[in-house]
Design a protein around this ligand. Structure first.
Ligand code: ATP
Length: 286
């Protein structure tokens, strides 16, 4: 086998709390991570010469070490003393810098694929430990599915998948710097934290209604203060039949949860005919 194609899935946060700050400045979190059916398509080929060659469909994405696919190939080659080079092609569909871990997902898909391409037989745990060197969200992206993430995002506990629903994704045409959001976050006694434990209990009990009633993202208010359109999109989703609507990660992506397929399809048409058409996707949990 000298070439492999793989889908690299996006994630949303069904809950996101920030629990503290470490001495090194990293924030500790308590998040519910959930893969959705929106994906990038990645292709990898073994090369006999040692060079790494990366191509993507987005001209503004780097194709050197700054790209997480390139960085993951480099890390894998160095760690396992691989002399072959790799050709990689990345077709992005997941919006970039959107709070959906697109880059981390690509890094995860790269490590999973190289493990097969070079017959390394590494366990999922070994791949996750390697992935952590590339970013706090990479171990989750290797594990996938539904998981509680704690620590800086790397302490993972798999949980059952939430009940079936349609997920509408709307990403406005703005970029948000995660760093800027955390800089503007004030954590004190007045901070009202989302009730992640209630969301977890609702998921485990299989109740979409209770899950939707308890959703919360501590970063939402900060991102909304920087970009009020996030609140407008949330409201438009609720006006168009969503049971709940929340920002993912540090934003600006907003998702709506629909228990009714035809309401979801109507809401999708509504956003597809408006200003956020390019960032509108209808998905499932996976
Ligand atoms: P997170 O939810 O983990 O904060 P995100 O969805 O907000 O991630 P990404 O799409 O991962 O953000 O992009 C963040 C930055 O990473 C971008 O500025 C982009 O230039 C860089 N980047 C590097 N490699 C990739 C890649 N393969 N795909 C997308 N972005 C990449």
């Amino acid at each position: 086998m000298n070439h492999i194609s793989i889908k690299s899935y996006a994630k949303i946060n069904l809950g996101l709390d920030v629990t503290g700050v470490l001495d090194n400045g990293y924030h500790t979190v308590k998040m519910i991570m959930q893969n959705i059916s929106l994906y990038d398509s990645l292709y990898f080929e073994k090369r006999s010469s040692p060079k790494i060659i990366l191509q993507t469909n987005l001209s503004y994405l780097p194709t050197n070490e700054k790209n997480l696919v390139y960085a993951a190939i480099k890390l894998f080659r160095e760690t396992y003393h691989i002399s072959n080079g790799v050709y990689a092609n990345v077709v992005k569909k997941i919006p970039v810098a959107a709070g959906m871990a697109g880059g981390s997902g690509n890094a995860a898909a790269t490590l999973i694929t190289l493990n097969k391409l070079f017959d390394k037989n590494l366990s999922t745990e070994e791949l996750m430990a390697l992935g952590l060197k590339l970013g706090a969200d990479v171990p989750y992206c290797i594990l996938g599915g539904t998981a509680l993430a704690e620590g800086i995002g790397e302490k993972l506990t798999p949980i059952p998948a939430p009940p079936k629903a349609k997920i509408l994704i709307v990403k406005p045409g703005i970029s948000i710097s995660t760093q800027m959001v955390y800089q503007n976050l004030i954590l004190d006694e007045q901070t009202v934290h989302p009730d992640i434990d209630s969301t977890l209990a609702a998921i485990k009990a299989g109740s979409l209604k209770d899950m939707c009633a308890s959703l919360g993202n501590l970063l939402e208010d900060v991102s909304i203060s920087l970009h009020p359109c996030i609140a407008e999109i949330k409201q438009q989703m609720l006006d168009n039949g969503a049971v709940a609507s929340l920002m993912s990660g540090s934003g600006p992506t907003v998702f709506g949860i629909y228990d009714d397929e035809s309401a979801a399809a109507k809401a999708y048409d509504y956003f597809k005919s408006g200003e956020y058409a390019a960032g509108t996707f209808l998905c499932d949990f996976i």
